[in-house]
Design a protein around this ligand. Structure first.
Ligand SMILES: Nc1ncnc2c1ncn2[C@@H]1O[C@H](COP(=O)(O)OP(=O)(O)OP(=O)(O)O)[C@@H](O)[C@H]1O
Length: 348
């Protein structure tokens, strides 16, 4: 299939895990529709398919499902697959989209029997909406408030059975009573390189391009364990091959394209590298405070902390200590620098 929604070229960083609406539209064409197309996450997939199959056999709506994990790993995709496997309609909304409990009451009271309600970023639901939701999940009822002030009264409205699929990047932020209403919780982990290679082969097929195995490996290893990033890099390599190359997605094209887009062998981009370079060359590997480090790279501390650091810490390139950020031995190695004699000694 040709990718007609071409294409979410954005000025944001290429290796960010999240996506805006434009990019989500481009992603839609590559989204797996059934479990057998969904690569990796074998444990969650097996457990979930059992939950669904059992519910289908009983002719009942399955337990509510909570999916947790970092952005871009397939939570929305799984929610869509759940609805497809159940043959049920899917309603999509998100915590931030629901401003008031009344908004959620309106959604809930219009659900059809068996419908799947996907609530993205469920941890961002305001407390009154969260309270309304867990009553609805447990008792299949919403209390509709009629009137105002002292004369207001609650009229219980029965709801047909439905299934909530909640997605969150921060499961720990969910109020305990809401978390307890989910009969099944699945945690999605970062993907291995060979799994991302499979994602890429599938996506290349859907985009109607041939991806050479070595190019697939190269793109996968720069994709930070995240299918969304893998697909995004694939689209940029395809651009390069079309405009500057001979159309083939081979290793040379992958390397050249990812050099143009400044995504290095580990999947670090310019911001990540400038943090590492500043830490190693200007502060001798640290420890250095976040604010000082941010000034050195010309960014806000929040940007360094939330955009660059999570991956650098996850990859063991930098460490956070009580006295500030430190470069780990792998950071020096990655930059091709020699650490000073005492660096790597952590003082916690
Ligand atoms: N297991 C997978 N197999 C194949 N493709 C995948 C898989 N997981 C995700 N993708 C691809 O990555 C893209 C992003 O996935 P998805 O939107 O489901 O992530 P998410 O976890 O919901 O992210 P967010 O938290 O930002 O909403 C999808 O469009 C899909 O094409």
């Amino acid at each position: 299939m040709e990718d007609s929604s071409d294409d979410a070229v954005t000025t944001e960083r290429l290796v960010r895990p999240g996506a805006d609406d434009v990019e989500r539209a481009a992603e839609a064409a590559l989204r797996p529709r059934r479990f057998d197309e969904f690569v990796g996450q074998r444990v969650v997939r097996d457990q979930l398919s059992l939950v669904l199959e059992a519910a289908v056999q009983r002719g009942r709506a399955p337990d509510h499902v909570l999916l947790s994990g970092p952005p871009g790993l397939g939570k929305t995709t799984l929610a869509m697959i759940i609805a497809a496997e159940l043959g049920a309609p899917l309603r999509v909304t998100s915590g931030p989209a629901i401003q008031h409990a009344g908004d959620l009451a309106a959604v809930l009271s219009s659900l059809e029997e068996g419908e799947v309600l996907f609530l993205d970023e469920i941890h961002r639901l305001a407390r009154p909406a969260a309270e309304l939701l867990y009553v609805a999940m447990e008792d299949f009822r919403v209390d509709v408030i009629v009137g105002k002030g002292a004369g207001a009264s609650a009229i219980p409205l029965a709801l047909p059975p439905f299934t909530v699929v909640g997605a969150t990047t921060r499961a720990g932020l969910l109020p305990a009573p809401l978390r307890d209403r989910f009969g099944f919780t699945g945690h999605l982990d970062f993907y291995a390189i060979d799994e991302l290679e499979r994602v890429l082969v599938r996506s290349a097929g859907l985009l109607g391009v041939e991806l050479k195995a070595d190019a697939g490996y190269e793109i996968a290893s720069r994709s930070r364990g995240t299918p969304r990033i893998a697909n995004r890099l694939l689209r940029r390599v395809r651009d390069w091959a079309q405009v500057r190359g001979d159309g083939r997605l081979d290793l040379a094209a992958a390397n050249a394209a990812l050099t143009v887009y400044e995504v290095d062998a580990l999947g670090l981009d310019r911001l990540d590298r400038s943090v590492l370079v500043a830490l190693c060359t200007r502060f001798g590997g640290g420890p250095v405070g976040l604010t000082t480090l941010a000034v050195a790279v010309g960014e806000e501390p929040e940007t360094v902390e939330t955009v660059a650091e999570p991956f650098l810490v996850r990859e063991g390139l930098i460490g956070r200590t009580a006295r500030g950020r430190v470069a780990m031995p792998t950071a020096w190695e990655h930059l091709g620098l020699t650490p000073p004699p005492l660096s790597g000694t952590l003082v916690f």
